[in-house]
Design a protein around this ligand. Structure first.
Ligand code: NDP
Length: 263
C-alpha cells in the first residue's frame, strides 16, 4: 500500500484526499491519501520519511519550507522556489510545482491573453507570475503592502502598491489574495477594481468552492470569469501523474478526479 498525504495549516478544508483517492479507487491502485496538519514546516521532511510516504502535496504556508527540504527540485519549481508536490524516488525527495502549469491550463479558455494583473504577492502569486512569463504573458503585480514585492522586483516584474498604482488596461485580472476566503473583503478598493474590469477581457479568482466578493463584482461587470476549481483540478491531475510515475495518461487521471468534485 503506497501512502500519500497533504501537509498544510490549515488543512481540514482540503479537497485533495477526495480527489486523489478517487483516482486510486478508479484505477484500482493500492494507495491511500490522507491529510496531515503540520504547524512547524521545518519538520516536513522528517515527518514524510517517518510516515513512510511515497509522495505528498504541500499547501499554505509550507511550500517554501518544502522547497528547502528537497534533495532535488525539478522543472519550474526551480524558478518559483516553492513546491506543492513531493515524490519519493530511490530514497530521495524530489520537489515539483504543479500549481503553475495547473493555472496555465485553467486560463486557456480565456483565449489570447497578452497581459495580466496579479492581485496579491504571496506564494501563489509567485508561481503564477513565473508561469505567465513562461507562457509569454506579461504579469504586473499589485499588492496592498510593499514587504512581499521584493521577490517580484528581483525577477524583473513591474510591481505596485495600492498607493502608487494607476489603472491601465490588462487582459486578465487574477485574484491570488486570500481576501474573501474567510471574510467578506475585496482584494483591492472597489473603485480600482471597477476601472480594471471595464478594460479587461476576463477575470479569475484562485479561491474555489465559494463566490467571493471579488467574483461577485466580476459577475456584475459581465466579463468572462472562473473561480479556482479548474486550477485545483489541473494541478491535482499533474500531481497524480507524478505520484503514479507517469504510468497513466493525464486524460485517464482527469476523469475520476473531476468526478470527485461532485461527491
Ligand atoms: P499567502 O498567504 O502566501 O499570500 C496572501 C496574499 O494575499 C498576500 O499578498 C496578502 O497581502 C494578500 N492579502 C491577504 N488578505 C488580504 C486582504 N484582505 N486584502 C488584500 N490583500 C490581502 O497565500 P497563498 O498565495 O499561498 O494563497 C492565496 C490563496 O490562493 C488562498 O486563498 C489559497 O487557498 C488559494 N490557492 C488556490 C489554489 C487552487 O488550486 N485553486 C492553489 C494555491 C492557492 P500582504 O502581503 O499585504 O499580507
Amino acid at each position: 500500500m503506497n501512502l500519500f498525504t497533504i501537509f498544510g495549516d490549515p488543512v481540514s478544508h482540503s479537497r485533495s484526499p477526495l480527489m486523489h483517492n478517487s483516482v486510486f479507487k478508479s484505477l484500482e491502485i493500492k494507495a491511500c491519501y490522507s491529510r496531515t496538519h503540520l504547524s512547524d514546516g521545518s519538520q516536513l521532511r522528517n515527518i514524510f520519511f517517518a510516515k513512510g510516504l511515497s509522495g505528498a502535496n504541500v499547501t499554505v504556508p509550507h511550500k517554501e519550507a518544502a522547497y528547502a527540504q528537497c534533495d532535488e527540485i525539478r522543472g519550474i519549481a526551480q524558478e518559483i522556489k516553492a513546491v506543492n508536490t513531493l515524490v519519493l524516488e530511490k530514497g530521495r525527495l524530489i520537489g515539483y510545482n504543479t500549481d503553475a502549469d495547473g493555472f496555465m491550463s485553467a486560463i486557456q479558455s480565456f483565449g489570447e491573453i497578452k497581459t495580466a494583473l496579479i492581485l496579491g504577492a504571496g506564494g501563489t502569486a509567485r508561481a503564477l507570475s513565473i508561469a505567465l512569463r513562461h507562457g509569454e504573458i506579461t504579469p504586473t503585480i499589485l499588492n496592498r503592502s510593499k514587504g512581499r514585492l521584493d521577490y517580484f522586483l528581483r525577477e524583473g516584474f513591474e510591481c505596485f502598491e495600492w498607493d502608487d498604482f494607476t489603472v491601465k488596461p490588462y487582459d486578465l485580472i487574477i485574484n491570488t489574495t486570500s481576501a474573501g476566503l474567510s471574510d467578506n473583503e475585496l482584494p483591492i478598493p472597489r473603485s480600482l477594481l471597477t476601472e480594471l474590469l471595464e478594460q479587461a477581457k476576463g477575470a479569475i479568482d484562485v479561491i474555489y468552492g465559494k463566490e467571493t466578493p471579488y467574483l461577485r463584482e466580476v459577475k456584475i461587470s459581465g466579463l468572462p470569469y472562473k473561480d479556482g476549481s479548474d486550477m485545483l483540478l489541473a494541478q491535482g491531475v499533474l500531481a497524480s501523474y507524478l505520484f503514479l510515475e507517469g504510468k497513466f495518461p493525464l486524460t485517464t487521471i482527469e476523469v475520476p478526479m473531476k468526478h470527485s468534485f461532485i461527491l
